[in-house]
Design a protein around this ligand. Structure first.
Ligand SMILES: Cc1cc2nc3c(=O)[nH]c(=O)nc-3n(C[C@H](O)[C@H](O)[C@H](O)COP(=O)(O)OP(=O)(O)OC[C@H]3O[C@@H](n4cnc5c(N)ncnc54)[C@H](O)[C@@H]3O)c2cc1C
Length: 484
């Protein structure tokens, strides 16, 4: 055994199972686990409110988990490079290992840090482990990035994935006592009244992630394919925040569901694994279109005639648009920091196509409020719904919020759960309360415009207006490409 001392720099990989940097460091000698809170360094990947809440608890969980392995998580605050140098100096560490992140600006920063530390004779190594594949390594037959999901999926499932790594059986801790902040010192949740309730819904950390995954396999996976869009009772995994913070490795999920004896996917798990590949596809897009966080991938959308009405945006955020399925989704988000994928599509479409409010504003609100905020998934989700991303939903496919509600929340239980003031409305009217006969409303004390809003916009009018806007940019595209 060498007398190496390796700093393991934890970032969005707050776990110890299948953690390549941690595993490799533990094989070399002493391990010094470090977390650096450096919001300024994070640029566009800076965590917003809901994610900070998650981080607070996830760091506590990691710290406890490492403690059980005899390791102290060293928490510091400040510029990443300076802190790493400080800890190298104090601990006499000779190496820094970390798992790769894939947001282009963060990658650039990491490469710079790597270069500068290596110039000071520190061994720096980074590892892949938070995605199934290195998103840059995937290209089609013409050596171009994929723009369509299905060929991307067909390509991915033919590639092999390295087996996940166990928790190291022997770990050497540093004899030297280093100063560390406490998680509470970072002030991640100070003054956040809103977030107190989130603990009712979530259990951040690796243990929470593993039990959530187990519960999904035992109780929900069997019906995932047929029922994942059903809003009555969730048949989805709700693993997204755990994945966003790297508390569960996608390779671990893959190996649990892929039968390597028969070299086949567990048929029950295949639809679920497909969703994990959507996550890979998002990172593939982000890496190949680094500007997409701010601007549409399809350039004609730069000319989109947005209306951008601030008052309507506020009503959307609060869940007061008068369309129950939209409002239920926005209220679920505010209450839990999560929203079901089907409803994310509906509320995003409503914002962009019904209200003509720029997708970036919606994406920013999601960033603020989602506990599973993920730069790649969120950007791709919004660009997909808006029609301006690769392999996106065509702009002219405009979700009708009433029909979406009737299809995926057939008996209205989702709406009733999040909008209790509508709970007495009969199923027939639950997705369009403005059609409810007056005497029924009266009997249940519902006064439209007072206890629940009228629709902020008429669907047919909004649809027609959105189509006109789409025609406008389609024309613009013709002019742009013909040099007008
Ligand atoms: C407008 C919009 C914004 C979104 N923003 C985010 C975001 O910030 N963070 C985020 O993780 N997902 C985002 N998604 C994708 C998707 O809605 C969530 O991943 C999913 O709802 C999470 O719930 P789950 O874990 O129960 O999903 P499951 O159905 O159980 O899927 C398992 C995992 O697969 C991945 N996945 C599932 N669907 C998608 C998808 N469409 N795209 C990419 N990966 C997917 C997620 O990591 C998810 O946890 C967004 C989608 C839309 C339409």
């Amino acid at each position: 055994m060498d007398h190496n001392k390796t700093i393991v720099w934890f970032r969005k990989d707050l776990r110890i199972l299948d953690h390549p940097a941690f595993w490799e460091a533990s094989k070399r000698g002493e391990v010094i686990p470090v977390y650096i809170w450096s919001p300024e360094d994070e640029m566009y990947a800076q965590l917003a409110e809901a994610s900070k809440w998650w981080l607070h608890y996830s760091l506590k969980a990691l710290s406890e988990r490492l403690g059980k392995q005899g390791l102290q998580l060293i928490i510091r605050q400040g510029d990443s490079l300076s802190i790493l140098k400080e800890i190298i100096y104090e601990s006499q560490a000779n190496s820094v290992f970390f798992n790769e992140r894939y947001e282009p600006l963060i990658r650039k920063r990491d490469q710079q840090i790597k270069k500068l530390l290596m110039e000071e004779n520190i061994k720096v190594k980074s590892f892949h482990g938070d995605l199934l594949y290195d998103p840059e390594s995937i290209t089609n037959h013409q050596s171009h990035p994929y723009k369509v999901f299905t060929p991307f999926w067909n390509h991915c499932i033919k590639r092999s994935i390295p087996a996940p790594l166990p928790i190291p059986s022997t770990i050497y801790s540093s004899k030297k006592k280093l100063n560390s902040l406490k998680v509470d010192d970072l002030g991640l949740i100070s003054g956040m009244q809103w977030h107190k309730k989130l603990l009712h819904y979530w259990n951040p950390g690796e243990i929470g992630a593993t039990s959530q995954f187990q519960m999904f396999i035992n109780e929900k996976m069997v019906d995932y394919k047929s029922k994942r869009d059903d809003l009555k009772q969730y048949h989805v995994s709700q693993l997204s925040p755990h994945l966003a913070f790297g508390e569960l490795s996608p390779r671990w999920i893959w190996y649990t569901l892929f039968n390597y004896e028969t070299n086949e996917m567990d048929v029950k798990g295949i639809s679920f694994l497909r969703q994990l590949i959507w996550r890979e596809f998002s990172y593939h897009q982000l890496i190949n279109n680094p500007q997409c966080v701010e601007t549409p991938i399809r350039s004609e959308y730069n000319h989109f005639p947005w209306e951008d009405d601030e008052h309507l945006f506020e009503l959307w955020k609060k869940g007061e648009t008068g369309y129950p399925i939209v409002d239920a989704g926005m209220r679920e988000l505010w209450e839990t920091g999560y929203m079901h994928n089907r409803v994310r599509m509906v509320v995003a479409s409503f914002l962009v196509k019904h209200l003509l409010i720029p997708w970036k504003k919606g994406a920013d609100w999601f960033k603020e409020t989602l506990v599973d905020f993920d730069l790649a998934n969120n950007t791709m989700g919004w660009q997909w719904v808006s029609g301006c991303g690769v392999d996106a939903a065509p702009y002219f496919r405009i979700f009708n919020p009433v029909l979406q509600g009737e299809k995926f929340d057939r008996d209205g239980s989702y709406v009733r759960k999040w909008i209790p003031e509508l709970s007495d409305i009969p199923n027939k009217y639950i997705h369009q309360p403005w059609k409810t006969p007056k005497e029924i409303l009266h009997n249940y004390g519902i006064v439209l415009g007072l206890t629940y809003p009228y629709p902020v916009i008429d669907h047919s009018y909004a649809r027609q207006r959105a189509l006109e806007a789409y025609h406008y940019i389609s024309e613009a595209k013709v002019h742009i490409s013909s040099g007008d």
